[in-house]
Design a protein around this ligand. Structure first.
Ligand SMILES: Nc1nc2c(c(=O)[nH]1)N[C@H]1C(S)=C(S)[C@@H](COP(=O)(O)OP(=O)(O)OC[C@H]3O[C@@H](n4cnc5c(=O)[nH]c(N)nc54)[C@H](O)[C@@H]3O)O[C@H]1N2
Ligand SMILES: Nc1nc2c(c(=O)[nH]1)N[C@H]1C(S)=C(S)[C@@H](COP(=O)(O)OP(=O)(O)OC[C@H]3O[C@@H](n4cnc5c(=O)[nH]c(N)nc54)[C@H](O)[C@@H]3O)O[C@H]1N2
Ligand code: SF4
Ligand SMILES: [Mo]
Length: 750
């Protein structure tokens, strides 16, 4: 592309490609993004950028991105107008709802929904319109254990404590590799720099990971645990704290319930009892516990490697139990609850309704719901198993479960043969969307506004930023918020009416509640007056304005003239810093007791399973599989961006030299990897950066299927690691698929 500086301008855009939420400065020529750099004035990211953010232009302009809707005509997906696409939805879905009931229409929500304004604001309206309980999301491939443990401990599955990275003296990091992932459930632009700063100020970093990752290499201590055994390891640390009288919850003490019962429940998990299973010696476990207790401040933080495992909820629970027992929960330098600008304003502490699990179960296997969701691992059987309530129509919003969920081949076949109707909202024709009857492509990121509704509630510093579209919407494109609003109308018998009605309905509902609430600053006022005061160019902006005004920093429609509004935020394009995280207990607690419930019944009931894991015997040469992420990847959908391909971002099997020698595998050779779920053949990479007994494959690969339109990805498709799991192994409390610690056999491929 020729470069004409006179033609170029810059615009700000918060990066949507990972949870770090970096502020970017885009260079734009005409309507095209020609460059991206870190925004040095961004109040939070301060100029940080990674290779993915730097490639935003390539992603934005990817020629394989769909421009127009596709509608299946005579069996073939064909370019169509927006009207034709929504007409097709309105023709099909209301009939299925009427004839087969709400649960016959399923919804799958994928990861990018937490990275878009549309994904935050509109799926609730779609679910309300459908009234379906057939909801599946990427959370049951990811962080659902953390939601469940938070729900049980604190009474709200969204109240997730975040390590106070910038102030802690000691970080115990379990099953996370932020040097590649840039962090998760801990929004911190420049996570690597923050870890280096921790070391520079004399703090210590311990990493528990079966691989010697880039993060582990930065650590004072690396514990190469056996995969799937972190709950045992963490239970042993709790055991040591009690046994050696090192517990000291500090100011939290009056807000705790079940401390003695907790000590009793974990008495079988002495370091000496778990050492064999974890393959970590007892002395090391004792040291970890003592260091945690002795540190002036400390935070325990667990992520994917501690979640997508057999005891994911127990491990997630124990992470926060350790934070509580060492007095680090809710104190600066420990693990704190962020307070985002669009959260509900804090109110006086009071008991809540608590968190219920298993209010209903899945139809075929009887999996309990968690947070209103069923395990995505059960999606295929819900489509293929006959009977009332069978899923016949499916909405897939920003998800690619054929690659991201267990047994992609089975799901692929279910989507192909088992559905009467399927809608994908996706920019790509990929492994999943190729099965849709209607594909609705959102505009590229530069043409969308951005606000981090989700990640501001998980950020290591309270702050608020908003970026409007950097480039005007192309005339043939539709904003993703409007796409989803039109879907809501199409399924609810209001097809063809103004999509603004969806936003107006939400605003009216929220204002109606607020004026009736004696604790609200707008109590008793006229909702119509308040609605008229909202500013914003779009329905989504007006909703953002409403949330900001009624939020914890808001101007409350005049109650605090200095407070936050959308206009004030727009005046500060690099964002507004709202200060370091601050203690929020007891105000944040929503349990029935109004306290932190340290040993909730569902957790106590799951402990016998953990005790059984102490006795599991392993063959000396047994191998288990874990995943890994690469800095220049993002789950299944960035493999189509040329600038992010190549180098070490490849789909290879990592194996330790000793295991490779024993099995007759050589670096660069090929291996067959087998498990209960299936068999794959992959190139081998022999490396000391993984412990013996463990092999690793990245996920999101396997771009070989016909009928997709991702040419770059298809050139070196890799293999789908999730073909090795059949979906039958779940963390029972959260319904999360076990994706790490899978027993496999490995042999040279001929
Ligand atoms: N083996 C193994 N499997 C895993 C994991 C693992 O560690 N190991 N990780 C799991 C995790 S943590 C997650 S979150 C899941 C992710 O699971 P999914 O959400 O199913 O997978 P993604 O690859 O993130 O797919 C996102 C889809 O959204 C589309 N998309 C991108 N941008 C937009 C947008 O702006 N709007 C819309 N509407 N669509 C968009 C992409 O084209 C893609 O089709 O995968 C899980 N699967
Ligand atoms: N570059 C890049 N960034 C991403 C993504 C991406 O695909 N690529 N995906 C995004 C998403 S959706 C998410 S959820 C986050 C995830 O963010 P992270 O949780 O940091 O993800 P990973 O890099 O997969 O790190 C998980 C680590 O757990 C280790 N592990 C595996 N099994 C076990 C175990 O049993 N015990 C212990 N202790 N460790 C184990 C693995 O070796 C791996 O190093 O990353 C996000 N950011
Ligand atoms: S770290 Fe994440 S948010 Fe920041 S530039 Fe990279 S991909 Fe974007
Ligand atoms: Mo994720």
């Amino acid at each position: 592309m020729s470069h004409d500086p006179s033609n170029s301008r810059t615009a700000l855009r918060i990066c949507p490609l990972c949870e770090a939420t970096c502020g970017l400065v885009l260079t734009i020529e005409g309507g095209t993004v020609t460059g991206a750099r870190g925004d040095r004035e961004d109040v939070f990211s301060k100029g940080f950028i990674c290779p993915k953010g730097a490639s935003l232009g390539g992603l934005d302009a990817d020629p394989d991105r769909l421009r127009t809707p596709l509608v299946r005509k005579d069996g073939v997906l064909t370019g169509a107008t927006w009207d034709e696409a929504f007409d097709a939805v309105a023709r099909a879905v209301p009939d299925i709802l009427r004839d087969h009931g709400p649960d016959s229409v399923g919804v799958v929500l994928g990861n990018p929904n937490v990275h878009t304004v549309a994904g935050a604001l509109y799926p609730p309206a779609l679910l309300a319109a459908l009234r379906t309980k057939s909801l599946f999301t990427a959370s049951t491939l990811d962080q659902m254990p953390k939601h469940v443990s938070s729900g049980l401990l604190f009474g709200d599955p969204h109240s997730i404590p975040v390590p106070d990275l910038d102030r802690t003296d000691h970080l115990l990091l379990i099953g996370a590799n932020p040097l590649e992932s840039n962090g998760s459930l801990c929004t911190a632009p420049d996570f690597p720099g923050r870890l280096k700063a921790l070391r520079r100020r004399g703090g210590t970093l311990t990493v528990v990971d079966p691989r010697r990752t880039r993060t582990a290499r930065l650590a004072d201590r690396h514990v190469a645990v056996r995969p799937g055994t972190d709950a045992l390891l963490l239970a042993a640390l709790v055991h040591v704290l009690f046994e050696e009288k090192l517990t000291d919850p500090g100011p939290l003490a009056p807000h705790l319930e079940g401390l003695d019962e907790l000590a009793d429940a974990l008495k079988d998990f002495a370091p000496e009892a778990v050492a064999g299973a974890c393959d970590v010696d007892a002395a090391t476990l004792r040291t970890l516990a003592r260091e945690l207790a002795a540190a002036p401040t400390a935070a325990v933080y667990g992520r994917i490697g501690s979640c997508t495992v057999d005891h994911g909820t127990l491990a997630s629970w124990l992470v926060d139990v350790l934070n509580v027992l060492t007095g680090n929960l809710d104190r600066p330098g420990g693990a704190l609850f962020p307070l985002s600008a669009t959260a509900r304003a804090p109110r006086p502490a009071a008991p809540g309704r608590g968190f219920a699990l298993g209010r209903w179960t899945s139809r075929v296997s009887g999996h309990p719901e968690a947070k209103g969701e069923l395990p995505v691992a059960a999606l295929a059987e819900e489509i293929t198993t006959p009977g009332p309530g069978r899923i016949r129509a499916l909405f897939v919003l920003a998800a690619n479960p054929v690659l991201s969920a267990p047994d992609g081949d089975r799901l692929d076949a279910a989507l192909a043969d088992g559905l009467d109707f399927m809608v994908s909202v996706d920019p790509y024709l990929n492994e999943t969307s190729r099965h849709a009857d209607v594909v609705l492509p959102p505009p590229p990121p530069a043409q969308s506004a951005h606000f981090d509704f989700a990640f501001n509630t998980l950020a290591v510093r309270n702050q608020v930023r908003y970026t409007r579209p950097a480039v005007p919407l192309d005339p043939d494109r539709m904003d993703e918020g409007e796409i989803l609003a039109r879907l809501v109308l199409a399924v609810s018998g209001a097809h063809g009416t103004d999509p603004a009605a969806v936003d107006a309905l939400v605003v009216d509902g929220a204002l109606g509640k607020a004026v009736a609430d004696p604790l609200s600053p707008v109590h008793g006022r006229d909702p119509a007056d308040l609605a008229a005061a909202l500013t914003g160019r779009t329905g989504a902006e007006r909703r953002l304005d409403l949330m900001l005004r009624l939020g914890p920093y808001g101007e409350g429609f005049g109650a605090d003239p200095e407070g936050l509004t959308l206009d004030r935020l727009l005046d500060r394009p690099h964002g507004i810093d709202l200060g370091p995280l601050a203690p929020r207990v007891p105000e944040i607690l929503r349990t029935r007791s109004g306290r932190v419930e340290l040993l909730p019944v569902p957790i106590a009931d799951d402990l016998p399973r953990l005790r059984r894991a102490l006795r599991e015997r392993r063959e000396p040469d047994a191998l288990v599989l874990v995943g890994r992420r690469h800095l220049r990847s993002n789950n299944s959908w960035l493999h189509n961006i040329k600038a992010l391909r190549g180098g070490s971002n490849v789909c290879t099997l990592h194996i330790h030299p000793e295991d490779a020698a024993r099995l007759g595998l050589t670096d660069g050779g090929r291996a067959t990897v087998g498990s209960g779920g299936g068999t794959l053949t992959v190139p081998v990479e022999v490396t000391e950066d993984i412990r013996t007994g463990v092999v690793s494959l990245p996920h999101g690969w396997g771009h070989h299927r016909p009928g997709t339109r991702t040419a770059v990805a298809a050139r070196e498709p890799g293999v789908n690691v999730n073909q090795l799991v059949d979906g039958s192994r779940l963390d029972p409390l959260s319904g999360t698929a076990v994706l790490n610690g899978i027993p496999v056999t490995v042999a040279p491929a001929h």
